[in-house]
Design a protein around this ligand. Structure first.
Ligand SMILES: Cc1cc2nc3c(=O)[nH]c(=O)nc-3n(C[C@H](O)[C@H](O)[C@H](O)COP(=O)(O)OP(=O)(O)OC[C@H]3O[C@@H](n4cnc5c(N)ncnc54)[C@H](O)[C@@H]3O)c2cc1C
Ligand code: SF4
Length: 445
């Protein structure tokens, strides 16, 4: 572990001055990210200044206009459990509860959360791989390396990392502001401007400078806040960072969208607002899923997926009668206009066992004539399937308990009832004939 000196701050002005003057000093709150970075040798400050003793920075207050002020030292679990947060801005509570683990949330602060650094494996790798964020000018190992977790929006050749914070996505959707006190006084930074895109200087995650201390995060009142939700897609269901996440807040008139706020996580160096989709979604009915999906797709026209993360790009919905395209699928112009049955020579639409869909024509164009003419299954296979399902339907509760019991007794003994008779006759066939049995017993007796 990198050696460091620890001191405690009790006065914000002195803490800000110390940070501004000493480039080797870092603020520490919960320490859940900073200590990990120091263990990975990605950040090596010589002095840590513990800011947990600073007054009035852990409060969570409702503002008179219906907004919310969340102190930078408020713990993630306290914010998630606060009634004003849960009632007015459920997306914040959900974003927090989907993050990290219970123990981490009890320790981690809101200021530290929005300051946490990327989870790019090359950045956190002790082996010191090329990484412009860790060592400016050394290159970006992820650009042509493993980039499944990386950005699809706003990246540069210098860095393709994503921002890992969940609650930052919710705060971006709600147009929060970050209140910062620095050597020149206090200022409010709109959340959209707080995190940076990497450009040529990916070592800088946000716009804070030396001596800047986050005091609070202010969330303005908004009509959409109450009907808000956070969705997180990850490789396992707990204790994992987002592959992609979404914060959505909606105000409606009946079943029509009046206004909506959307932001994505796990797709860029900063939380990514979907402004084009927000505009396209106005006045759309909540019941028109085709239109909803199409409107969201308008924000993905500028997506630039990398080698391993094209799955993050939202696909615009296809017209319902067009079959799914695959790289091996022939173009529609090459599909035959009609098929003739190999047996009866009738045109395919006249033959009752044939399908007349585009899919049939696609199979034909791909050379799968048997499947095209017979709807995918031969008559013999179709009858066999029907008999198999019939067998289950005949049972009173629809479940063949005996089959499961026999199967559970050991794989060797498990025989499906439909095969049972055949199995028994096979066993009989293997038995020696009775005359041979008599010879064997006479010889042994
Ligand atoms: C195993 C694990 C899983 C995790 N999973 C998730 C997850 O799924 N989603 C998610 O969002 N997060 C996740 N996290 C990250 C976690 O939420 C952050 O580590 C935590 O929020 C950081 O807060 P902290 O108070 O511990 O910050 P610290 O580690 O103390 O500080 C982090 C950084 O913020 C700076 N800082 C802190 N407070 C201030 C301030 N007031 N002003 C200016 N600078 C400040 C520090 O100088 C430091 O650079 C995970 C972390 C771990 C270890
Ligand atoms: S994506 Fe960014 S953080 Fe990851 S290796 Fe490249 S420069 Fe480093």
């Amino acid at each position: 572990m990198h050696p460091f000196a620890l001191s405690r701050a009790d006065d914000p002005t002195k803490a800000i001055a110390a940070h501004a003057q000493d480039p080797q000093l870092a603020f520490i709150a919960g320490g859940t990210d900073l200590i990990g970075l120091m263990k990975d040798r990605a950040q090596l400050p010589e002095r840590l200044l513990d800011i947990n003793g600073l007054p009035d920075m852990a409060r969570i207050e409702a503002l008179p206009d219906g907004g919310l002020r969340i102190g930078a030292l408020a713990r993630m679990s306290d914010v998630a459990a606060h009634p004003d947060v849960r009632r007015g801005f459920p997306v914040i509570a959900e974003g927090l509860l989907f993050a990290a683990s219970g123990q981490l949330r009890n320790m981690a602060s809101m200021g530290g959360n929005i300051m946490q650094r990327t989870r790019c494996a090359y950045f956190r790798d002790e082996d010191d791989r090329p990484c412009n964020k860790r060592r400016p000018g050394s290159g970006c190992a992820a650009l042509h390396g493993l980039n499944r977790n990386h950005a699809i929006f706003g990246w540069s050749d210098a860095c393709v990392a994503t921002n890992p914070s969940d609650v930052a996505v919710a705060l971006a959707a709600l147009d929060a502001t970050v209140v910062v006190r620095g050597p020149a006084g206090e200022r409010a930074i709109p959340f959209a401007d707080f995190h940076r895109l990497p450009g040529d200087t990916p070592e800088r995650d946000n716009v804070l400078g030396r001596g800047d201390l986050i005091v609070s995060i202010d969330v303005p009142a908004c009509a959409e806040g109450r009907a808000s939700h956070y969705l997180k897609i990850r490789d396992r269901q707990s204790y994992e960072f987002a592959l992609v996440s979404a914060a959505a807040a909606v105000a409606t008139d009946g079943r029509r969208i009046r206004s909506v706020r959307l932001a994505l996580g796990g797709v860029a160096h900063k939380p990514w607002r979907l402004h084009a989709a927000e505009a396209a979604l106005r006045e759309v009915s909540l019941d028109d899923s085709h239109c909803l999906k199409g409107a969201i797709a308008t924000s993905f026209t500028e997506a630039r997926p990398l080698a391993h993360n094209a799955f993050k790009v939202w696909q615009s919905p296809r017209p319902s009668r067009t079959p799914a395209r695959s790289p091996t699928m022939p173009s529609k112009s090459s599909w035959p206009s009609a098929l003739h049955c190999a047996r009866c020579r009738q045109r395919e639409h006249a033959h009752e066992c044939h399908r007349t869909t585009d899919v049939t024509l696609r199979w034909a164009a791909q050379g799968d004539r048997r499947r095209a003419l017979h709807g995918g299954y031969s008559a013999r296979r179709r009858d066999a399937r029907r008999d198999r399902f019939q067998h289950h339907r005949e049972r009173p509760d629809g479940v063949d308990r005996d089959f499961h019991r026999r199967k559970g007794a050991g794989r060797a003994g498990g025989v499906h009832p439909s095969k049972h008779a055949a199995h028994e006759s096979d066993a009989k066939a293997l038995e020696p004939p009775s005359s041979a049995r008599a010879v064997v017993s006479a010889a042994s007796g």
